[in-house]
Design a protein around this ligand. Structure first.
Ligand code: 6PG
Length: 248
């Protein structure tokens, strides 16, 4: 384990081990909360194996599905059934088979524009939370899952875009993406994402090594700015790990 500031970095052998380690952390957070649990999912390809794992036993049998609510940290502004839609991927991978429909909270994309979708999702989150101000002692989410893009973005918070500096809004529209797919996005902001007991990044594959090198060097990137009010954990597989971090 390598600690860097408040971030903990755990290394695992490969993507299968990464999905298992993430599932274990998720289950531990769910078990630690005997009430209503809120998990914020992420899109991209990194969490797919974890999602598929959650739909299989022993994981599936261990999740108290009735009291776990599933949100999404960012969405591509495409239809809810579009193959690019992040929540659609999570639905196909596990939610449709396992979670009560009322516990799945997608970002609505049937709105006139991403700003309107952001406003609506903010209201959904605020109503779930029971307040329109985040209380620094009461996290919105138990776990926020995250990934990192090649430019250091996380959720749809791209480097130097105004959304990264947002301090008031919980959700904002992003008119243009900085990387593929080049569709407008809707994203939770740093204060909303950070309002969690644990923020859990999953990073796997040699194509992530270059950006992980920059992240671990402490560069000012969205993925480094995203921090939990509780624990921030990066799960990294061997292929993604920069040379100088191997064996630590
Ligand atoms: C999205 C994501 C995004 C993703 C990273 C990593 O909508 O694309 O939420 O932030 O997590 O781009 O994506 P990969 O896992 O596909 O590398």
């Amino acid at each position: 384990m390598t600690a860097s500031g408040h971030r903990q970095v755990f290394t695992v052998s490969d993507p299968a081990a990464l999905a298992k380690a993430a599932a274990e952390r998720l289950l531990a957070r769910i078990a630690a909360n005997s009430g209503r649990v809120a998990i914020c999912l992420t899109g991209g390809s990194s969490p797919k194996q974890l999602y598929q794992l959650l739909a299989t036993d022993p994981w599936r049998a261990k999740i108290p599905w009735e009291r776990v609510h599933w949100f999404i940290g960012d969405e591509r502004f495409v239809g809810s059934d579009d193959p690019l839609n992040n929540m659609a991927m999570a639905r196909r991978a596990f939610l449709d088979a396992c979670a009560p429909a009322a516990n799945v909270h997608p970002i609505p994309t049937d709105t006139v524009n991403p700003d309107e979708a952001a406003r609506r999702y903010e209201l959904i989150l605020q109503s779930f939370y029971g307040a329109d101000r985040l209380d620094p002692t009461r996290p919105l989410f138990d776990v926020v899952l995250m990934g990192v893009g090649p430019d250091g973005h996380t959720a749809s918070l791209f480097p130097l875009y105004p959304a990264i500096a947002e301090t008031e809004r919980w959700v904002v529209g992003v008119p243009e993406a900085h990387v593929e797919p080049f569709v407008p996005r809707v994203t939770l902001t740093l204060p909303a994402l950070g309002s969690c007991r644990e923020m859990l990044f999953e990073v796997a594959g040699s194509e992530k090594r270059a950006i992980l090198t920059r992240v671990l060097a402490g560069e000012n990137l969205p993925a480094n700015q995203a921090r939990s009010m509780g624990e921030t954990v990066w799960l990294v597989d061997q292929a993604a790990l920069p040379e100088n971090f191997r064996g630590r």
